[in-house]
Design a protein around this ligand. Sequence first.
Ligand SMILES: Nc1ncnc2c1ncn2[C@@H]1O[C@H](COP(=O)(O)OP(=O)(O)O)[C@@H](O)[C@H]1O
Ligand SMILES: O=C(O)[C@@H](O)C(=O)COP(=O)(O)O
Length: 444
Amino acid sequence: MGIRLGCIADDFTGATDLANNLVRAGMRVVQLIDVPPAGADRPADTDIEADADTDTDTDLGVDADAVVIALKSRTVPAAEAVETSLRALAWLRAAGAEQIYFKYCSTFDSTPAGNIGPVTEALMDAIGADFTLATPAFPDNGRTVFKGHLFVGDVLLSESGMRHHPLTPMTDPNLVSVLGAQTTRPVGLIDHTTVAGGAEAIRARIDALREEGVGIAIADAVSDDDLLRLGSAVRELPLVTAGSGLAIGLPANWGIEPSPAAAQLPPAGGHRAVVSGSVSVATNRQVQEFLDSGRPAFSVDPLRIAAGEDVAGQALDFAEKHLADGPVLVYSTEAPDTVRTVQGRLGAAEAGELVERTLARVARGLVARGVRQLVVAGGETSGAVVQELGLTGLRIGPQIDPGVPWCAAALPDGDTLHLTLKSGNFGGPGFFTDAFALLDEEAS
Ligand SMILES: Nc1ncnc2c1ncn2[C@@H]1O[C@H](COP(=O)(O)OP(=O)(O)O)[C@@H](O)[C@H]1O
Ligand SMILES: O=C(O)[C@@H](O)C(=O)COP(=O)(O)O
């Protein structure tokens, strides 16, 4: 028997966010970094055991209810995002996935060129799906959708920090028009009154939209109850697209219930460090709180990298002196004005890449110096770090804050690394110390 749910996530923090919600709803989840090479059953160097005797073993040897394939496809050119997403789809279908879940950001990060629209349509074409729904709602993290408009906390998306995002600035809160600009299919709305009416009402609305020729519908959701109703209503859809929120309502469609045993990790050891390349509002607050506490921190300046200085080497020299009294923070996180100035000098994409490459080298150097508990902040940054560390799979552990679990990964030399990939806007102000406190609690 194959896996039930096959998931394609457009970035690495988003993938752990989705896996976290599925685990909390009781699913056994394997997260893979990138699409395994053709012919591979599962990553050879993860400690995720396949059990040949269980009836959920897939033909490809993955013993899980759901597999999340983490891509770094959010901000690459649309054609590339489509190509890797279709490869992920092919792998998941070969693993027996009964339903496909395309996960994007709860702030719907995209541009008029994509990638949410083009990837959704390519998946629909490949699956032969004439209809799917789209909802980034994640009320536990303050993302709600009402009358097709996305709110972040108490403000519209376009008034939130996302309007300043370096790669995907979000200036229109109306998701019907945002998605409509990225798709060839008409985009419709399943509004709050319909969702409040329950699964039957939602299915009736889906039928009506289909008859009108609508291919994709934004779904309102302002509470977990809305997401549970939507989850039940979409049982028969071969493809769903969403943030991580919809995941709370899907496991029940297979009769799966929450189980506390789903999130066990091995004990953690080694030094502690934080690498932050996120420039989001919440991360800025977390970095500030860490600096205010007087703990060791090294600031990475993109202009000095561009000038040819060995900034990664300097950061590692600094870290080496302080790791014994860790956690140590290495960060490029800055307020929007400073980031804009840097982008004006270097170009946004170039600055992003320079910083990502440097922080990834720092992460590799930290691990070489004995760090075995690592917090990484920012989706793009996490993608660069995970690739640089050569990780191929993650086990999902306990939740630190909504949307952010601890994970365990096997390093290429076989050692275990405890790792958390923090989405930019997730986590409380004390996240960079709370995360380690949770591991202490788990150990006691
Ligand atoms: N000081 C900086 N100046 C310019 N770009 C930066 C700076 N710090 C980080 N970046 C880039 O901004 C992007 C941040 O994206 P990401 O890591 O996904 O985090 P978030 O979305 O939370 O801001 C990355 O490409 C990163 O390299
Ligand atoms: O859905 C979400 O908000 C997150 O899972 C996510 O994808 C955030 O991405 P970054 O802000 O780039 O970390």
